[in-house]
Design a protein around this ligand. Structure first.
Ligand SMILES: NC(=O)c1ccc[n+]([C@@H]2O[C@H](COP(=O)([O-])OP(=O)(O)OC[C@H]3O[C@@H](n4cnc5c(N)ncnc54)[C@H](OP(=O)(O)O)[C@@H]3O)[C@@H](O)[C@H]2O)c1
Length: 229
């Protein structure tokens, strides 16, 4: 991958990142704890392709960064809508589902206790069922009608999970930004246009949050950026 913009002068001197180790170094977090959100978008701003999932727009370069970030992560935080749409299964790191309803998706049932957690609200429709499926210690009630995401971050850090990776989706990204919980957005722009009616990488009420570009890579026309919030 070509380094178009590096995070500091020494990185600008290195024109490419070739090995997985170099890529991991380029994606190192500048502080600990750190919460980053990883997303992918087409150039016309679509977060999904014709399958209705991000799998129909991502590509090999995006997958490489996706895998690098998963290796970095102590824990993965994902909106229940994304877990349902993308058919999330287990990962190397524990997965925290964020949901108002607390319904555990089929493929995330029956895991070892602690591999799947639920962050939800006191009034969640499926709260008792989630406690039964995941174990009561793994269901975090963090608010009455909405999940307090700052509290979620603090609870994950208390568990020693300081490298926090969120994989979206658009509503969760919105709320992480609105509640000033995210430190970084990593986003891949794939060189495609899809038109149609698709979500963008953020959804929900209007926001206006400035971002600071940290670094930008390129491979075969795909742009892979890191922005700090
Ligand atoms: N391009 C990308 O990088 C990318 C990444 C991820 C997902 N996607 C795509 O985005 C689409 C899904 O969009 P989405 O907006 O529905 O995703 P989402 O944000 O993952 O899911 C929304 C749902 O997650 C729960 N949720 C999110 N934020 C919450 C909060 N602050 N508090 C409590 N619950 C919260 C709620 O679940 P309950 O309904 O269970 O209460 C809500 O209905 C899919 O098509 C997926 O493929 C794309």
């Amino acid at each position: 991958m070509r380094v178009l913009i590096g995070p500091d002068a020494s990185r600008q001197a290195r024109p490419t990142v070739d090995t997985d180790e170099e890529l991991a170094e380029l994606y190192a977090a500048p502080a600990d704890p750190w919460l980053r959100v990883n997303m992918v978008s087409t150039v016309d701003g679509s977060a999904t392709g014709d399958s209705g999932r991000s799998g129909s727009i991502n590509n090999a370069a995006d997958k490489r960064v996706f895998d690098t970030l998963r290796r970095w992560a102590d824990v993965i935080v994902v909106g229940a809508g994304t877990a349902r749409a993308e058919g999330y299964g287990l990962a190397r790191s524990p997965i925290v589902l964020v949901s108002r309803r607390a319904e555990v998706p089929e493929k995330l049932r029956g895991a070892e206790p602690g591999q799947v957690l639920m962050a939800t609200c006191a009034h969640a429709e499926h709260l008792d069922e989630a406690r039964e499926l995941l174990g009561p210690d793994h269901v975090l009630v963090l608010g009455s009608h909405r999940v307090d995401l700052a509290e979620l971050r603090a609870r994950l850090v208390d568990k020693g999970w300081t490298h926090i990776l969120s994989e979206g989706g658009p509503h969760l990204l919105h709320d992480l930004v609105a509640q000033e919980v995210a430190d970084e957005l990593t986003c891949t722009f794939v060189p495609r246009l899809v038109a149609g009616t698709h979500p963008r990488i953020t959804d929900g009420p209007g926001l206006d949050v400035p971002l600071t570009l940290h670094s930008l890579l390129e491979e075969d026309g795909t742009l892979l950026g890191r922005w700090l919030l």
